[in-house]
Design a protein around this ligand. Sequence first.
Ligand code: ISL
Length: 541
Amino acid sequence: MKKAWWKESVVYQVYWRSFYDTDGDGYGDLEGVIQKLDYIQNLGVDVIWLNPCYESPDVDNGYDISDYRSVMSKAGTLATFERLLQEVHSHGMKLIMDLVVNHTSSQHPWFKEARSSKDHPKRDYYIWSKTPNNWRSYFTPSVWEYDETTEEYYFHSFAVEQPDLNWQNPKVRQEVYSLMKFWLDKGIDGFRMDVINLLAKQEGFPDSNHPEDISYLGNNPGIHEYLREMHEEVLQHYDIFTVGEIPFVTPEDGLLYVGEDRRELHTLFHFEVCDNMSHWDMQRFKDIQRRWYNGLWGKGWNSQFLNNHDHTRLVTRFGNDSEYRVESAKCFAVLLHMLPGMPYIFQGEEIGMTGVRFDSIEDYHDIAMKNKYKEEVDKGRKPEEVFESLLHLARDNSRTPMQWNDSPNAGFTTGTPWIKVNPNYKEINVAKALKDPNSVYYFYRKLIQLRKEHQVMVYGDFQELFEDHQQIYSFIREYENERWLVLLNISDLLVEIELPESLALVEKEIILENYKVQEVSTDELKLKPYEARIYRIGSRG
Ligand code: ISL
């Protein structure tokens, strides 16, 4: 197994618009990230992933970029960004930026020019057709939008305001490589690449028999040639870290993106958990982990995340955000940090922030939810029923402001926050977590610290126990002379298990637990709701 700094890293995702507002406009800003760097550093993380802060009309919270070389005024200026980068480095951390190059904003000058006439030299920067096919986009009923001026349709995988770039055009590719160098030459440490497997499109756009399954948008012929070219022209010249956001991918195809001999990307986010598993499903989760471990181990590197700015907070979605909020947050923390692959923490996860549930569609801002709501209501469905059906997975669930303390607006802003603060901020906030040695925060910190001291958490192989158990997830990580046993009760029940004889007899030393462990070296164990334990175990008995 080849060692690398990035394999040993823990990533912290900063959704800056909801992190900390220093100018009172209700949006977090880059200055706010700078002011909170001590907090992030104290958690012990190595890399910060910053969501897009480029110039943007902001219809999809920065994922619709109108100028790749400037910073949107809500976030600050290019000078603030440069200071942030310098400060991140002087705090001993690294910074990766979001690279969003599957699409631009419809306000990008390239698109304005492209749509101005059929023979404009930039026409081929985007994808045009005289006739639409039957595909859906992520956010709208069709991937095609009619353009009145030139009487053709343009292609968009997301919102109408996010036209897809035409990667077949070598000029587009060169534009992208050049903007990547612009940021890399400033000294950033890599990219999280937004829907990077969507760049190549299917030749001829054939109709689909199942248009609701939008996987036709990704993994199309040509994608690996583009990524290799990007590697050749840009990535290989820098000591950086790249993680591709890759929906609709199997472990077999995943390896084509991150295989160590492939010269494409370092690691990926697949969506078998966050897009496909709406509620906790133990057997399914185990199966996903098993397949990805078998598919990648020793050949390519995996990433682990249980929520982000697009996905409902993990305690609300997978754990229990009322009675066992703290216990379940810690239990999933052990899962996140002990599974093979690098852990990604989404801001607020480290204090066990919960998903929100607002009363009205007016309180939500996300374009995905707004569009879906309108589409379903327009079909004649009852508005209340549509609203209710969208709540569980609403992307705004995880986008509410970071809860710093119990002062108004959770200490996030002195103005009016762009999205309402979760009303539970008096109970759940950073100030309170920092005062409580048993908080979720200190538990995350401990796990991150352990990774720095014990390479078994990074390079240890993975063997499962209790494979068919409905409540218990258990596995051993083993590296050189170190063997760690992980026992998780991912349920609201008290569960009793008996360790296999081979483990019952060996010595066990507790490394971390989220309840006070009573019994130590017994073979019969009673695990309380969401109880999590990590043991160091002796060599085979
Ligand atoms: O949000 C999702 C499900 O709730 C995902 O399917 C998501 O849309 C998809 O993974 C792509 O996400 C990324 O690109 C989008 C942007 O809206 C997301 O915020 C970003 O993470 C378009 O750029």
